[in-house]
Design a protein around this ligand. Structure first.
Ligand SMILES: NC(=O)c1ccc[n+]([C@@H]2O[C@H](COP(=O)([O-])OP(=O)(O)OC[C@H]3O[C@@H](n4cnc5c(N)ncnc54)[C@H](OP(=O)(O)O)[C@@H]3O)[C@@H](O)[C@H]2O)c1
Length: 257
């Protein structure tokens, strides 16, 4: 966590996928770090979005929520339009919304699942970044943090190949965006969580699998949402001013590169 709360004063942050999990923790952590306004996006869990808004406000920031299904092209378009009306000046963008959607083998894979995976995990990251970039370029400053995954490095678990490929795209986009935008005063980085003990793995993994991950993890535990939020705040802060285009691998030492 940065010690200088003033560095975020007057800033607006957008955190996608902040109705729960890493996004909710990041929204609250940014508010606690002094961000003036936090705009969150959610899809299917309005109660979670309300809870995040309440915590953001309790931390002293203004808070707004926008609903959007970023798994569809239309949803991405509607979201970027709504964003332009609600928060045209985003200073800090956390491209966090993402999901494995469903485990599926190659023979069972449908084109609809492919499209949803790529829309949600790749297309939305690119076009939401495009939507906020003009303001950042005009003011010659801005921060973008993307969410990759350990799956980008290891190809993902069973039935998660295209999710892994999508996250590899996110890591590559992070580098390319950083090269394009660093000369304009904008820093782009990513975090790559290993296994976070949250809703995501309640849906997509079993307790046995998670226990086996703990056994393979030198840190001796799974990650928390707050572990990820702390790293996101670091990448937004002046303390990481010379960090560009990096994907921070946050996996308790389970996978080292
Ligand atoms: N958990 C892990 O171990 C792990 C590991 C590596 C990478 N990640 C990545 O970290 C990011 C956050 O995941 P998490 O662990 O916090 O997962 P999570 O607890 O399941 O939360 C996912 C968030 O993304 C939103 N979302 C999901 N599908 C969406 C859609 N179609 N349109 C718009 N928003 C959608 C959800 O909104 P609603 O709930 O409102 O629908 C929710 O706010 C994701 O990009 C994920 O791929 C997670």
């Amino acid at each position: 966590m940065p010690t200088n709360k003033n560095e975020f004063s007057g800033k607006t942050a957008l955190v996608t996928g902040a109705s729960r999990g890493i996004g909710a923790a990041a929204a609250v952590a940014l508010a606690k770090s002094g961000v003036a306004r936090v705009v969150i996006q959610y899809n299917s869990f309005p109660e979670g979005a309300e809870a995040t808004l309440a915590e953001v406000k309790k931390a002293g920031a203004k808070a707004d929520a926008l609903q959007a299904d970023l798994g569809t092209v239309e949803g991405i378009r509607q979201f970027t339009s709504a964003l332009a009306a609600t928060a045209p000046h985003v200073d800090i963008l956390i491209n966090n919304a993402g999901s494995l959607i469903k485990r599926s083998t190659l023979p069972e894979y449908t084109e609809a699942l492919y499209d949803t995976i790529m829309n949600l995990n790749v297309k939305s990251v690119w076009f939401i970044s495009k939507a906020v970039a003009p303001h950042m370029i005009a003011q010659k400053s801005g921060i973008i943090v993307n969410l990759s995954s350990i799956a980008a490095r290891n190809g993902g678990g069973p039935g998660a190949t295209m999710y892994a490929a999508a996250k590899a795209a996110v890591s590559a986009m992070t580098k390319g965006m950083a090269k394009e935008l660093a000369p304009k005063g904008i820093r782009v980085n990513a975090i790559s969580p290993g296994t976070v003990d949250n809703h995501f793995h309640e849906v997509f993994s079993t307790r046995e699998v998670l226990d086996s991950v703990v056994k393979m993890t030198p840190a001796g535990r799974l990650a928390t949402n707050e572990d990820m939020a702390d790293a996101i705040v670091y990448l937004c802060s002046k303390g990481s001013d010379y960090v560009h285009g990096q994907t921070l691998e946050l996996n308790g030492g389970m996978f080292m590169i």
